[in-house]
Write a protein that binds this ligand. Structure first.
Ligand code: ATP
Ligand code: MG
Length: 338
């Protein structure tokens, strides 16, 4: 993966919610780029240019089980590491352990319009399914903007579903800088060409989501589970295997996965060799198993180290706080709050 930036010493930030085990949408949409970005050649080796957060304060905006929350956080860190996020190269930390996130979110509320928040599709989508809708869910994009802006971030690797939230963040930057003077840098989105929106295997009109586990292939699923899930993935009645996301979203999402696992462009996939969905699904399942096996094995190894996560998060908290603390001071000063 080649990333071309107009400036030097680019700072990257991205977050993942501890709302469940990571799935292949999270992996291909965001984490794969996060890993590639921490390994790029021009990256300064001081370990502060890629910052990845487990965003637990976002996860509590929907219904969750407090007793299981610590385990979910640990699982997310382990999944992160298994995918190749390296705490030696990147800051890996828990959002709630750096108090400046909530502080900046409140300050940014001052330049946020309710109308804009009401237009957010993630809010509409998640509140439709919820029994009761929290103010936290409504304000989610403001906290997300704070996450990004606390670290003078230049670029944010995410899946397609976060595009609207990042446009919202850009608006906040513009409005804040206009009102209080140049304080925040503009941000760039890093969204993959293929894999930016992997669809649910059960309902291909919806994206794959941790909070809807029935439609997910998790990065740590066993070969048997992967095969079962791919075989029962919803497809249409046309037997041919062709890529057309508009008219055939189900099979097109599966073809994207095949392309990603094989590291081949769509036109290199020779799709006409498949004589129906069953034979294509068999090959795709094999391909996914091969791609995910090293991740699953690494995850099993990492699980054996009892103190690993605690140390990583402690270290991450220290490094992230140092940066965040400087930034919040600057923001408060320009806002006249000292
Ligand atoms: P939840 O259902 O709790 O919102 P999620 O699966 O959407 O979970 P998030 O933690 O919200 O995961 O998002 C983490 C990252 O993964 C974001 O960058 C997001 O854009 C990306 N992502 C999430 N789902 C997909 C998907 N289906 N395809 C591609 N990228 C995705
Ligand atoms: Mg999400």
């Amino acid at each position: 993966m080649n990333f071309v930036f107009k400036i030097k010493n680019v700072r990257i930030f991205s977050g993942i919610q501890p709302t469940g085990r990571l799935h292949i949408g999270n992996y291909f949409g965001a984490i794969k780029n996060m890993v590639a970005l921490q390994d790029r050649g021009d990256c300064p080796k001081d370990g502060t240019s890629t910052i990845f957060s487990i965003v637990d304060l976002h996860a509590i905006t929907v219904k969750y089980e407090p007793k299981e929350f610590q385990q979910k956080i640990k699982d997310t860190v382990l999944d992160f590491l298994a995918c190749g996020i390296d705490p030696e190269k990147s800051i890996v930390f828990l959002q709630s352990q750096v108090k400046e996130h909530t502080e900046l979110a409140w300050l940014l509320n001052a330049v946020t319009s309710i109308g804009e928040l009401q237009r957010m599709t993630q809010f509409k989508d998640k509140s439709e399914k919820a029994e009761s809708v929290s103010a936290g869910l409504f304000n989610y994009p403001v906290l997300m903007a704070a996450d990004i802006l606390l670290y003078d971030t230049d670029a944010v690797p995410v899946g397609n579903d976060q595009k609207q939230h990042l446009e919202f963040t850009k608006n906040i930057i513009r409005r804040f800088n206009n009102q209080f003077g140049e304080t925040f840098k503009d941000i760039e989105l890093i969204i993959p060409e293929i894999g930016a929106r992997i669809m649910s295997l059960k309902d291909p009109s919806r994206k794959m989501s941790k909070s809807e586990p029935e439609g997910c292939v998790f990065i740590t699923d066993t070969p048997l589970e992967i095969t079962k899930k791919i075989k029962s993935a919803v497809t249409d009645t046309d037997r041919s295997i062709s890529f057309d996301p508009k008219t055939r979203p189900e099979v097109s999402s599966l073809i994207s996965l095949y392309s990603l696992c094989e590291n081949k462009k769509l036109e290199q996939l020779e799709l006409d060799k498949f004589d129906g969905h069953a034979s294509f699904k068999d090959v795709l399942a094999e391909s996914l198993i091969k791609k995910l096996e090293p991740i699953r094995q690494k995850r099993e190894e990492l699980e054996k180290d009892e103190v690993l996560i605690e140390n990583i998060l402690k270290n991450g908290q220290k490094k992230a706080s140092q940066i965040a603390n400087q930034k919040i001071k600057q923001v408060k000063k320009v806002m006249g709050l000292i």
